[in-house]
Design a protein around this ligand. Structure first.
Ligand code: BEZ
Ligand code: FE
Length: 308
């Protein structure tokens, strides 16, 4: 490396800034941290050089980022939401989960996973408070990529109510309404009763809402149910099963819908002996979750509590 005099290390023009900042970081001990932050600084400086923000625009941008923090609390995570509407979460998801080994495609965790859901027995209903809407009888199976059943797999399930609110957003729903944790039987099977999910808008009362309005974007997510499927010796699957029209899937504000994880929701207008405990009209959905071998790794919940 060429010798740089002490004087040359002083910034005197725009072009000096990026190399000076990168030099200041060159002794980072952790090699991966060094790679990530060096690349981040290089790209951020290139973005600033290209778009040449005014000082007022810079201040606005910093206030917007600070507002992400101010709108993040026990029951809302605006930082996760921002990463989602910018498409970053889906990019990270697909880089890390390409589905190439035959496993079920993953989908975003989203900002509403609470963890600590009530443990349920197969067949339990996860609508814990009066939750008007068509019933749902969900049957599923967890297998390996070669179809062998996985017994004792755990499924963490959560969904929005038919009015489009997760219980943590809605004081009228009981704690942990529409959330539950199931375990597969010896044949890898489980089932539960619920209500058919509806599409919903992501929260728009914070800085992410301001951005979506400025971009003339609809804040809608297609109807879906979230699952975290895990079993010893297998990579944990974080996914969503979609229950909506193609148009709604394409319009997903967080770019999370994938065709491989659209469920087959079948409507019944009369009670059916195969589906006890659910009043008509109701829907059924049957889905096989395929796990690839690997190391289980559970996500840290983005929120912990409930409003009210
Ligand atoms: C969700 O599916 O819960 C979700 C995902 C991204 C942003 C907002 C909500
Ligand atoms: Fe969701």
């Amino acid at each position: 490396m060429n010798h740089i005099s002490i004087e040359q290390k002083l910034i005197s023009r725009e072009e000096d800034v990026t190399p000076t900042v990168l030099r200041a970081m060159q002794n980072t001990t952790d090699a991966r941290l060094k790679e990530l932050v060096t690349s981040l600084v290089t790209h951020l400086h290139a973005f600033v050089g290209e778009t040449r923000p005014t000082e007022a625009e810079f201040e606005y941008g910093l206030r917007w980022i600070a507002a992400l923090g101010h709108h993040t609390n026990d029951f809302n995570n605006e930082v996760v939401l921002a990463a989602d509407v910018l498409g970053i979460s889906t990019l990270i998801d697909l880089i890390n989960n390409d589905g190439m080994q035959g496993e079920t495609m993953s989908a975003l965790l989203g900002p509403f996973y609470r963890g600590a859901a009530p443990i349920c027995a197969s067949g339990d209903c996860i609508a814990r408070s009066d939750t008007p809407g068509a019933g749902l009888y969900f049957t599923g199976r967890v297998t390996g990529v070669n179809g062998q059943p996985i017994a004792d797999a755990s499924l963490d399930v959560w969904q929005a109510s038919p009015v489009g609110l997760y219980e943590n957003q809605d004081e009228t729903q009981d704690d942990f309404n529409l959330r539950g944790k199931f375990t597969t039987d010896a044949d890898g099977r489980f089932h539960f009763v619920s209500v058919k999910p509806a599409g919903y808008p992501v929260p728009t009362d914070g800085p992410v809402g301001d951005l979506l309005r400025a971009q003339n974007r609809e804040p809608m997510r297609p109807a879906h149910i979230h699952f975290i499927v895990s079993a010893p010796g297998h990579k944990t699957l974080i996914t969503q099963i979609f229950a909506d029209s193609l148009e709604a899937l394409v319009g997903d504000v967080v770019f999370g819908a994938k065709k491989q994880i659209v469920g087959n929701f079948v409507r019944y207008d009369e009670p059916h002996p195969d589906y006890p405990g659910v009043a008509a009209p109701f829907f059924t959905c049957d889905y096989e979750f395929k796990l690839v071998e690997g190391t289980p790794c559970f996500p840290v919940p983005p929120i912990s509590g409930k409003k009210g």
